[in-house]
Design a protein around this ligand. Sequence first.
Ligand SMILES: Nc1ncnc2c1ncn2[C@@H]1O[C@H](COP(=O)(O)OP(=O)(O)OP(=O)(O)O)[C@@H](O)[C@H]1O
Ligand SMILES: Nc1nc2c(ncn2[C@@H]2O[C@H](COP(=O)(O)O)[C@@H](O)[C@H]2O)c(=O)[nH]1
Length: 215
Amino acid sequence: MADSTHNSDKLHRRGLMFILSSPSGAGKTTISHMLLMADDEIRLSVSATTRPRRSGEVHGVDYFFVDDTTFDKMVEQDEFYEWAHVFGHRYGTPKGAIRKGLKEGEDFLFDIDWQGTQQLYQKDQQDVVSVFILPPSLPELRRRLESRAQDSAEVIDARMDRARGEISHWAEYDYVVINDDVDECFVKVREILHAERMRRTRQTGLIPFVRELTQ
Ligand SMILES: Nc1ncnc2c1ncn2[C@@H]1O[C@H](COP(=O)(O)OP(=O)(O)OP(=O)(O)O)[C@@H](O)[C@H]1O
Ligand SMILES: Nc1nc2c(ncn2[C@@H]2O[C@H](COP(=O)(O)O)[C@@H](O)[C@H]2O)c(=O)[nH]1
């Protein structure tokens, strides 16, 4: 019979910064949306960007779409956790409530590139878990960018030109998953998130709990 005085449900853990990166078009936004739908314990870190809004994208949901002057101001006022030039535009992670949220056990999802990932590792190694998503092939990557039908042919060519360079950063990540079948890829990413939540070093509430169990 369970002892009603046990305190396992009061266990606290630090939140984590869960990063998904990939070459453009490999599917990280798709996997991010699936994860956010399936898991209400993680929330998206909404980036600011100077790139133009695509049709269907919503300000404050997909990105904060800002002009160059506003982005400059945010940089000057030290409002970014990290920021980088990507494909001719600037993208950055607003600090927002991330640090406080992590302390309180909230998990954040980041759809950012390898430059942002390096910066987050430099600032906050213990809380970062990074996953690199690979496409099954380069022709399939191009097919996905074309079938998304959101970017001009020039933009797609430029992103394909950068794909090898982006992929060259794969070994800097904790996990690498190939996105061939999207559902299988999603399950793997979700399993990584679940396992990382159980990492001993993240479960700060374990020490008193185990002490109580063993005294
Ligand atoms: N496993 C898959 N099989 C086929 N199509 C896919 C798969 N995963 C994603 N897609 C499709 O590929 C296109 C690109 O996906 P998505 O926008 O998620 O890529 P991304 O990595 O976020 O790109 P970007 O970095 O440019 O934002 C979308 O149209 C998406 O529906
Ligand atoms: N370093 C950062 N990279 C970011 C951020 N937000 C998005 N990104 C990356 O930019 C490219 C292009 O994105 P797209 O939406 O224009 O297709 C992609 O690799 C994103 O992951 C950020 O805040 N910081």
